[in-house]
Design a binder for this molecule. Structure first.
Ligand code: B12
Ligand code: SF4
Length: 424
């Protein structure tokens, strides 16, 4: 069978709508596959009222040879009102299996716990990490019946830095915009920082060509989209690259505004100046109150003071995502950070004090090896725990945190009210 004869269906089963998120990863994969002359359709189930009926209708109309099933979120990762999505995905997979079409799993949620998700969903294959380079390679081997493992590692292949994804043609962006979603784009994948609870820590970093990103953005602006969310783990992985990107974006004077995630290191004043010039209006900065984690990631309170000053100087709103109460962190350390932000004011401080534990992280191992921490878990610990269904570590109860915040409007406890920073 050559590529032209192979019908591939990519499924976005993500129906979380606070806010809804355009599955741009599938657009990248679809473009990479189409560049190799595969036939690719995407079915987006986000706004479909009966996903199974919709899939049945599609399978009546067209025969698919293989399905790529994207798992962006295992769960909402927040303790309050937590949502676990895999039961709903399992029903879809069971339905698809009746048609005997092989299913390949991928996506950031899948990559967080590949073995466990495979086992839970009983799919045929899985691809960890970025998919646009490894998926075509996987397909070649699958067509030639040369496959031995069931899980493949996309990090070994990286991203295609030259790929310019065809955007907005296979997915109806309008549905998303009408429901408070915004259009995403990426400059690179991976993160070299060391946050011990994070599934993205120490992942391979690959940068896209700046000219290609700008071209992609310009095409999107031409289609009428003007509000963007950066989908990098954190924008400032490499200061020179970040500054260069902003300068190139500014040169085109596109009528757009954008919001981004940043970490406290690396940075300099020029970064904030060029961010402002390129119409970045809101930074979400992830900050740990635990000084051990600050040390691991090369920053101190002095850096936070400077970042807040630069945001004020260059008129960029700053939303802090504050994590506090890591294992063995003291209450004084939490109070120190709350006091710090009362004196050095960002726009908002969202406080997370329930750590979602993932198995393949430093925190996952710490919990496993230190029984004295088990009393702080939201579920009794057993040696069989694989952390697929959410288990959280927390030293505080809601009331204790509320007592520390004392109704200061600057602070909000993450997850009590649904939504993300750009909606606030
Ligand atoms: C940007 C971002 C956001 C932005 C999105 C903005 C926008 N308009 O697009 C906002 C702030 C809105 C957001 C919200 C949420 N997010 Co978020 N987000 C991210 C982030 C940083 C990037 C996601 C992204 O778009 N990447 C870029 C695209 C190109 O990559 P991609 O989708 O991963 O696709 C690639 C691969 O995964 C793979 N792939 C994807 N699908 C498939 C399918 C197949 C078959 C194959 C082979 C490969 C494959 O190939 C693609 C191309 O390389 C990730 C962390 C990360 N770095 O991945 C977290 C992340 C996905 N988010 C997460 C969470 C929890 C959420 C929220 C639930 C938070 C909340 N409680 O509100 C919501 C969910 C919203 C929703 N409707 O789904 C978690 C999920 C973890 C988990 N346990 O499941 C992550 C992993 C962060 C983390 N470290 O915990 N998020
Ligand atoms: S800086 Fe952000 S993406 Fe990187 S390891 Fe820390 S929390 Fe994860």
């Amino acid at each position: 069978m050559d590529n032209l004869e192979l019908n591939i269906l990519l499924i976005n089963p993500n129906r979380m709508k606070n806010p809804p998120v355009i599955p741009i990863g599938l657009e990248y994969i679809a473009t990479a596959l189409e560049n190799q002359e595969y036939n690719v359709d995407i079915i987006d189930l986000c706004f479909i009222s009966s996903p199974i009926e919709e899939l049945a209708k599609l399978f009546e109309k067209k025969k698919y040879d293989i399905i790529g099933f994207s798992i962006r979120n295992i769960d909402s990762c927040i303790f309050f009102n937590n949502e676990f999505y895999l039961y709903e995905f399992k029903k879809l997979i069971e339905f698809i299996k009746k048609y005997e079409i092989p299913i390949v799993l991928g996506g950031s949620g899948f990559s967080a716990a590949p073995n466990e998700v495979m086992e839970f969903l009983q799919a045929d294959y899985g691809i960890i990490g970025p998919g646009e380079k490894v998926f075509p390679t996987f397909l070649k081997q699958w067509q030639n019946k040369q496959l031995s493992p069931t899980i493949f590692n996309g990090w070994d292949h990286g991203i295609d830095e030259n790929l310019i994804a065809a955007r907005g043609n296979k997915i109806n962006y309008q549905d998303y915009l009408e429901n408070n979603g915004i259009v995403g784009f990426i400059t690179h994948t991976g993160c070299k920082s060391h946050c011990p609870y994070c599934i993205e820590a120490n992942t391979k970093v690959t940068f896209r060509k700046i000219a290609n990103i700008i071209e992609e953005l310009a095409t999107l602006v031409n289609q009428g989209y003007t509000h963007f969310h950066l989908c990098d783990s954190e924008f400032n992985e490499n200061l020179d690259y970040s500054i260069e990107f902003c300068k190139e974006l500014t040169k085109l004077s596109l009528p757009l505004k954008w919001t981004l995630y940043m970490k406290p290191y690396p940075y300099n004043e020029e970064l904030f100046r060029v961010l402002h010039e390129s119409n970045a209006y809101l930074i979400t900065l992830s900050v740990d109150s635990d000084k051990k984690i600050q040390n691991l990631n090369n920053y101190t309170y002095n850096d936070l003071v400077k970042i807040i000053d630069y945001c004020n100087k260059y008129k960029i709103e700053l939303a802090i995502d504050m994590l506090t109460g890591y294992p063995y962190e003291s209450k004084e350390s939490t109070i120190e950070m709350l006091d710090f932000f009362k004196k050095n004011l960002p726009k908002t401080v969202g406080i997370s004090f329930y750590y979602r534990i993932h198995k393949n992280t430093v925190l996952g191992n710490l919990i496993k090896n230190n029984p004295e921490l088990h009393k702080f878990l939201t579920k009794p610990y057993s040696d069989k725990e694989n952390f697929l269904e959410p288990v959280f570590f927390s030293q505080y109860h809601q009331k204790e945190m509320e007592a520390l915040i004392v109704e200061d409007q600057l602070f909000r406890i993450s997850g009590l009210i649904p939504g993300v920073n750009y909606q606030l």
